[in-house]
Design a protein. Structure first.
Length: 551
């Protein structure tokens, strides 16, 4: 009897030890599966964020969308769908691992990860507008709730009772609860699995979710955007100053537009300010870029002056008029000179020899309130042969309220000596002054900036000396701008003529807003003192990035 009791006790102890060992093994397996799941989800999140930032380095200047995310894949092959819509069910599917050039990302149970994205973060140039103010539209409920989520990565776990994952199976065979509903609402729970009851240990929910927030995305996207602004937006502003200014006489940057984000318009609905209202003001030294596409450049009646060659004078045969809607046409009469000494060896002769004239005309007050592009001298059409040397030129001036004047100079290849007074007629047609390509959403260089409205987060400041009528000079440390914390490549900080401040995402407040505090931080909040701060990198308290336009 004693032996039987010993054997029974040994059997019971063995069973306990075996069961306990198996339990520990199962727990260890579960922990390892969770580790692999988390690792795969974190890799997927990193791939999404990197892809969103890589859009800033695209080659399609009009259609690149920094911050855009790819559509989900339709199957385990991992190729992102070519398009997905505002309909929620089209924006949930397998994680597009192959599109990222990576390897399959599977959870601890061996299943390909799933993925869903917000409607307004899908790549759909011309339909979605993605910038620092774009917010996610997904909601996550459960034990870790979140709102305004940009994307979710879902580990489906092993198949549960009733889930048939054969070829062609739908979302409900992988995901549970609202995760399988095809809506923008998802649910997460902290426990590995949710059971049917405390006694019936059959799992009915085992999805795991990792969220991607706007802050996650923009922390990487915004530095890339700031760099691309410097490479594709700054050159157009430089062109306005250095080509239209240094070479042609427009030695100024345009006046900034007033900083005021909401634009109630006539309906009073408080809709976001339209690009057309981004027109400069002669009262501003800082504000927003004057990127209005509705600025008009209206030709005013011009004058003509003889400035070279041999002739007595040049006059307008009739007032200059608008021709072909926007171009400007002038008919010029050159009068002969009666001067034997000037007319060479001929005596008592009248002559005209290679006359050079200057035609000047005003183009209105928008020239200094927007990014206006002068036509080139070679685009001016004449009914007479022009001398190649000196070449025809076109230039202009801006006054202190932004009114512009265009000056065109050219010499006519003509020589004549006659016994009596005579005239020579001459007609020129000058193309319209137009808005810079910088303002166009279809421009192949900077269209992405306009189309995705990054200009709403881009502040603009100019030294008073380099505004229209400012005299084209400023004093370092006084009337010039100062930008602190610039990279070491800048020799000095206090001699800047004009800068951009890329504000990045809102750290406080909400947007759109007419308050500068909802956009800028630190010294950038007091532009009147002409002192600004550049943040090189990212931070939670200062994320403004300065882009120096000149010098």
């Amino acid at each position: 009897m004693a032996m039987i009791m010993v054997i029974s006790l040994f059997a019971l102890m063995s069973s306990y030890l075996i069961a306990n060992g198996l339990s520990r093994t199962q727990a260890e397996v579960g922990i390892e599966q969770d580790r692999r799941t988390l690792q795969a989800m974190q890799q997927a999140k990193a791939a999404l964020i990197a892809h969103a930032a890589s859009e800033a380095w695209g080659t399609d200047g009009a259609n690149d969308q920094p911050g855009a995310l790819p559509c989900p894949a339709a199957d385990d092959a991992g190729v992102a769908g070519s398009s997905c819509t505002a309909t929620a069910s089209t924006r949930v599917g397998r994680f597009p691992w192959k599109t990222f050039g990576g390897t399959e990302l599977r959870d601890g149970s061996g299943q390909i990860l799933w993925y869903a994205l917000s409607a307004n973060f899908r790549k759909a140039s011309g339909t979605t507008v993605i910038n620092s103010d774009t917010e996610g539209t997904l909601t996550v409920t459960g034990n870790a709730p979140a709102t305004k989520v940009v994307a979710v990565i879902i580990a489906p776990g092993s198949a549960l009772d009733g889930q048939d994952r054969s070829s062609g199976s739908g979302i409900a065979s992988y995901l549970e609860s609202t995760n399988a509903s095809g809506t923008d609402t998802f649910v997460t729970k902290t426990a590995p699995d949710t059971w049917r009851s405390t006694t019936d240990r059959e799992a009915i929910f085992n999805d795991k979710i990792l969220i991607v927030t706007q802050a996650d995305l923009m922390a990487v996207v915004e530095p890339a955007v700031a760099d691309r602004i410097e490479k594709s937006v700054k050159p157009y502003i430089d062109e306005y100053f250095y080509v239209n200014a240094t070479n042609l006489g427009w030695s100024a940057f345009p006046f900034p537009a007033t900083f005021a984000s909401p634009d109630p318009g006539t309906s009073g609905t408080g809709t976001t300010r339209a690009q057309s209202s981004f027109i400069g003001s002669a009262l501003q030294t800082s504000g927003l870029l004057p990127l209005s596409t509705s600025a008009s450049y209206t030709w005013a009646s011009g004058t003509v002056t003889l400035i070279g060659g041999t002739a007595s004078s040049a006059t307008l045969s009739s007032p200059c008029t608008i021709f072909s809607v926007t171009s400007w046409r002038c008919n010029i009469t050159v009068n002969s000179l009666n001067s034997p000494a000037t007319c060479g060896s001929f005596t008592n002769r009248h002559c005209i020899v290679n006359p050079r004239v200057r035609v000047a005309a005003g183009i209105g007050g928008s020239a200094g309130l927007s990014f206006a592009d002068l036509p080139s001298a070679s685009s001016v059409v004449s009914n007479r042969t022009l001398l190649s040397s000196p070449a025809a030129t076109i230039g202009g001036t801006l006054d202190s309220i932004g009114v512009g004047t265009v000056n065109y100079e050219a010499s006519q290849s003509y020589s004549s000596y006659q016994s009596s007074a005579f005239t020579r007629t001459w007609r020129i047609t000058i193309p319209a002054v137009v808005s810079s390509p910088l303002t166009s959403s279809s421009d192949t260089t900077s269209g992405w900036f306009i189309k995705n409205e990054w200009y709403r987060q881009t502040y603009y400041a100019v030294s008073t000396g380099y505004l229209p009528g400012g005299g084209s000079s400023c004093v370092a440390g006084s009337t010039c701008l100062t930008v602190n914390n610039l990279p070491s490549s800048y020799a000095t900080a206090n001699d800047k003529r004009a800068i951009l401040i890329f504000a990045g995402r809102a750290l406080t407040g909400s947007r759109p807003s007419s308050s500068l505090t909802d956009y800028l931080e630190d010294q950038n909040l007091t532009p009147a003192d002409r002192i600004f701060t550049h943040r090189y990198g990212s931070a939670l308290t200062l994320n403004d990035r300065a882009i120096v336009l000149s010098p």
